[in-house]
Design a protein around this ligand. Sequence first.
Ligand SMILES: [Mn+2]
Length: 234
Amino acid sequence: MRVAALYDIHGNLPALEAVIAEVDSAGVDAIVGGGDIVWGPWSGECLELLRRRGAVLVRGNCERDILEPKSERDRWCAATLTPSQLELIAELPLSVEILVDGLGRILFCHASPRRDDEIVTRSTPANDVAEALAGTEAEAVVCGHTHVQYERRIGRTRLVNAGSVGLPYEDDPGARWALLGPGVELRRTPYATDAAAAAIRASGLPDADDFADTVAIPPSAAEATEHFEAMRGS
Ligand SMILES: [Mn+2]
């Protein structure tokens, strides 16, 4: 069993299409869509592509936000989804477990096993991470949410952040994801990010410029990690 973990796609269809092409050439048995599939320009199209590919999906905070919209972007994204797509995201589980060759039982969750919006970065103190993982019996946990890839060991648990397909904060542009089994590979898939940014600007997404700027010229992983750790502390 080999699994492609595609997290934080954020409705970026060109990024997802590029990753799926690479997933196909890598040869996997399952695709996991690790939450925050939506909340971007082509949320419905991304959901359909994953659904067509039989992906196993978990819920992120953005699926929750769209179902209980508070911001203009929440409402705009919700309006782009069909009733059946809204029903699909309302039924997603917080986590799923899959047995993967060479890695054992892996728990896939968006942010942490207990919350869809908990911040765990590569520099979060190990004691705090252990608390977030408490009660998890899986050999490995794959998370996302903070859009920076990493791999850590916390006690006996291997913790992998798959990074973000659609909106990575990783110095260089390009989609990030993880290939699992028998090892852990943190992958980068280049795609036409300038063309994607132009299409995002024209999509009608509220605050599209911020989104497009991040796709074209991402912030550094160090900067993003520092920002998230400051949020965690506050
Ligand atoms: Mn998230």
